[in-house]
Design a binder for this molecule. Structure first.
Ligand SMILES: Cc1cc2nc3c(=O)[nH]c(=O)nc-3n(C[C@H](O)[C@H](O)[C@H](O)COP(=O)(O)OP(=O)(O)OC[C@H]3O[C@@H](n4cnc5c(N)ncnc54)[C@H](O)[C@@H]3O)c2cc1C
Length: 460
């Protein structure tokens, strides 16, 4: 008989007061008893709707069945057939709109905590040291540009097939957004490092501080003997609002702010690239990036942090859990509010942000109701720092240095469902192709491209 408990087994979590002032992980993970209890809530539906909600089609009921009987290694084996970064995905995947949204238990209660179980299984696996066997080399080599989830997945898949893979990463640390964007309190960096060490153990070479398009071009890589190149360069170029005062001191893009905090460790004493410890912070935007920036600002010691978002609560694009966590920690929300000017003092340091109130009109092209300005509703919010989290687009460097590589008007690389671009032997995937999306979709793209690259090289 399945366990008919209506709610998910609670996730042990740091209290809101405690965690709002530290960078340690917010959620602490299931114990063995919690995991077995949660796993027994699964009904093992014959038509497996949860699997269709998973972008990489993990055999969810099968891995949960192994957890229910305490066979955690068996559960890991099932997951790892489909996903190469389960400890990451168990923490950051938007399960509530994917696998868990399809869970039958969600109809009359809460769905099975699939993400929490995935995380438990991966963490249990990572507690032990595992010997990684180097695959037999097949004599072919591939270059991967960018070390985010798409590049790392593509590299891992190809390395397991015997390819000699070199990853070229612009930054000094591999991991992409997993290390420079998503904060330590949501995704500890040690988890990403472990995945990268596992790739190195498979034989993947990772060359950091290599900006492709500057140090070498994609064509140089092909001329140097790489038979294919995979481009997984993400969307690192921040957008601004182009409103007066945006060049004042104390205005940051969320990218810069999060990179300083997460990658450069600016929250620790003595960091090489410190960051402003502002007291009154406005974060403009309503996605995961905005929530991460707001929660980091709070942890850096701000007295108040306010999310300023032009639509309403229902339209907030961030994961529900992240919005709830931000609210519990004390982040304030000014919804239906749009900034029109940033006001500086005599030294051009931010003093306030001028905003207007909005109301929702007819749906726009995205299907969401268009925010319309309420006349005469201007007001000032006194702040000393503004963080713009308005979205990002691809850096144009690869496009401008790779002849014949077709791109969309917004800068995304044009690629088919297997990652093939307009240039033979050049593949692409992840955010650089789709625009800002999710870790699991980037991984899926890296995996499909690896299969296509293998086919291309074998048929050459
Ligand atoms: C703050 C933040 C929070 C997020 N939270 C979530 C979340 O909770 N859940 C979720 O699923 N998704 C989340 N996302 C989105 C997710 O992280 C991305 O969709 C995913 O990382 C995309 O992977 P990618 O491999 O395409 O690119 P990226 O992770 O962006 O990696 C691209 C890499 O390429 C490198 N690069 C760029 N140009 C060059 C070049 N010319 N030469 C060499 N290297 C280059 C970059 O330095 C970077 O390391 C978040 C994103 C951000 C920014």
């Amino acid at each position: 008989m399945p366990n008919m408990q209506v709610k998910k087994t609670a996730m042990p979590t740091q209290s809101a007061e405690e965690r709002a002032r530290n960078f340690d992980e917010v959620t602490l993970g299931y114990t063995e008893t919690d995991a077995i209890n949660e796993a027994t809530r699964c009904l093992h539906c014959k038509n497996r709707p949860c699997v269709s909600g998973c972008p990489v089609a993990i055999d969810i009921p099968d891995f949960i069945a192994e957890v229910a009987v305490g066979n955690f290694d068996g559960a890991y084996d099932v997951i790892s057939k489909a996903s190469s970064l389960p400890a990451v995905c168990g923490r950051v995947c938007p399960q509530e709109t994917q696998c868990e949204a399809k869970c039958v238990r969600g109809i009359k209660g809460e769905p099975v905590g699939i993400g929490r179980l995935e995380r438990f299984v991966a963490d249990r696996h990572n507690e032990k040291k595992h010997e990684i066997k180097k695959p037999v080399p097949n004599g072919h080599s591939v270059a991967v540009v960018g070390s985010g989830p798409s590049g790392l997945t593509c590299a891992g898949e190809l390395a397991r097939m015997g390819y000699a893979v070199t990853v070229f990463e612009a930054l000094h640390t591999a991991g992409g957004v997993l290390v420079y964007g998503i904060p330590e309190f949501r995704l500890p960096k040690s988890i990403v490092s472990l995945e990268i060490e596992n790739l190195r153990a498979l034989g993947v070479k990772i060359e950091t501080n290599m900006v492709i398009g500057r140090v070498l071009t994609v064509d140089d890589l092909l001329a140097d003997g790489f038979e294919c190149v995979f481009i997984g360069t993400g969307v690192g170029l921040p957008k601004f609002m182009n409103i007066p005062g945006e060049s004042c001191n104390g205005v940051f893009s969320a990218n810069e702010f999060l990179t300083r905090v997460n990658l450069m460790g600016a929250y620790r004493d003595g960091a090489d690239t410190p960051v402003m410890h502002a007291k009154h912070v406005a974060v403009v935007g309503g996605g995961n990036v905005a929530m991460d920036a707001a929660r980091c600002a709070l942890r850096l010691g701000a007295d108040d942090v306010t999310i300023v978002y032009r639509r309403g609560e229902e339209e907030l694009p961030a994961r529900r859990e992240e919005v709830e966590h931000a609210k519990e920690e004390g982040v304030a929300f000014r919804l239906l509010t749009n900034p029109v000017e940033i006001i500086g003092d005599e030294k051009r340091a931010v003093r306030a942000i001028r905003c207007v109130k909005m109301e929702l009109g007819e749906p726009d092209a995205s299907g969401r109701r268009r925010p319309v300005e309420v006349k005469g509703s201007e007001f000032e919010l006194p702040v000393d720092c503004v963080i713009m989290a308005l979205g990002t687009s691809p850096n144009p460097l690869i496009k401008s240095t790779t002849d014949g590589l077709d791109t969309e008007r917004w800068g995304g690389i044009v690629a088919d469902e297997n990652g093939a671009t307009s240039r033979p032997a050049v593949y692409a995937g992840g955010d650089a192709v789709t625009g800002a999306a999710t870790v699991i979709l980037a991984m899926g793209a890296g995996k499909s491209a690896a299969r296509a690259i293998d086919e291309y090289i074998r048929n050459k």
